[in-house]
Design a protein around this ligand. Structure first.
Ligand SMILES: C[S@@+](CC[C@H](N)C(=O)[O-])C[C@H]1O[C@@H](n2cnc3c(N)ncnc32)[C@H](O)[C@@H]1O
Length: 267
């Protein structure tokens, strides 16, 4: 098992780390500068005012964080319309919708897709099972709240630490109307990690770190199975353009992009 080195300062700002990580999955260090990178290839650091995961890349450390403001996110979103954004099409966004579409992004990761959907006006509940990713997302959302151009988008996003499979299982039999369980989604969106590479350099870097930190996602079949029987009207799954169907289940239709596709199910 990979043991990650975590700078002690991270624990003060992000209590989820101490609360949710297995004790034998990390060691506490004072500074990433002192870490033996052979022994601990992955380090969580508080670097230049942001929480980051760091790997060593040939000669220098790479730092990966959640960035809704200065990274590609805002730029990407400014230039997108529902017509030319495949994910927006796949979740069924239309200008004529009376109420905002409610989407559960059950595999939040770096929050890129959630941010994109929220920038189109969707209300998004993000689920993420890795405490490391929840800490990174919390940090990214906090910084975005302080940026005037992103705050209205961030206000449409909520983050919950949890496992999608458990969440889907309880969606159908909801009795709790409090907190995040009161969120009744129109759409469930799944983007489990898939093998292969992405041509975009930044995404490639992020996925490399994610794979090192989390390994592959092996519960894709269970996720789609439970999502489809949760009572939700639409399930959307992101796959590599030529990748296998998740769980071997044929979608109602597909939205094809250059390197990825979205499989749309009406359960
Ligand atoms: C490929 S990433 C998603 C990237 C994301 N769409 C984005 O835009 O940044 C997959 C993420 O899903 C999370 N994940 C996988 N299975 C999950 C589950 N059953 N419940 C919650 N999160 C899960 C992983 O921890 C990982 O962070």
């Amino acid at each position: 098992m990979l043991v990650i080195a975590i700078e002690s300062v991270c624990f003060d700002a992000f209590p989820i780390l101490a609360l949710s990580l297995d004790e034998d999955s990390y060691v506490v260090v004072t500074s990433h500068d002192d870490v033996d990178r052979q022994r601990y290839p992955l380090v969580m650091v508080f670097h230049e005012g942001r929480l980051s995961l760091s790997v060593f890349d040939v000669k220098q450390p790479l730092f990966v964080s959640v960035d809704f403001v200065s990274g590609r996110s805002l730029y990407r979103n400014k230039n997108k319309t529902v017509k030319n954004e495949l994910l927006a099409k796949a979740v069924g966004l239309k200008a004529s919708l009376e109420a905002p579409l409610k989407v559960v992004d059950a595999t939040a990761g770096f929050g890129r897709d959630s941010f994109l959907l929220a920038s189109f006006g969707c209300e998004v509940l993000m689920l993420e099972r890795s405490p490391l990713m929840v800490a990174l997302l919390t940090d990214g959302m906090k910084r975005a709240e302080a940026a005037s151009e992103a705050v209205r988008i961030i206000n449409r996003m909520r983050l919950t630490h949890g496992d999608a499979v458990n969440y889907f299982s309880s969606l159908g039999s909801l009795v709790d109307d409090e907190g995040f369980m009161a969120f009744r989604p129109d759409v469930i969106y799944l983007d489990p990690m898939f093998p292969g590479s992405n041509k975009n350099a930044q995404v490639k870097k992020e996925m490399r770190v994610l794979r090192l930190a989390l390994g592959e996602d092996n519960d894709g079949e269970e996720m789609i199975d439970k999502a489809r029987s949760s009572g939700v009207k639409r399930v959307v799954v992101k796959r590599p353009r030529k990748g296998k169907l998740l769980g071997g289940i044929k979608p109602s239709y597909q939205v094809l992009g250059k390197s990825a596709r979205f499989d749309v199910y009406f359960p």
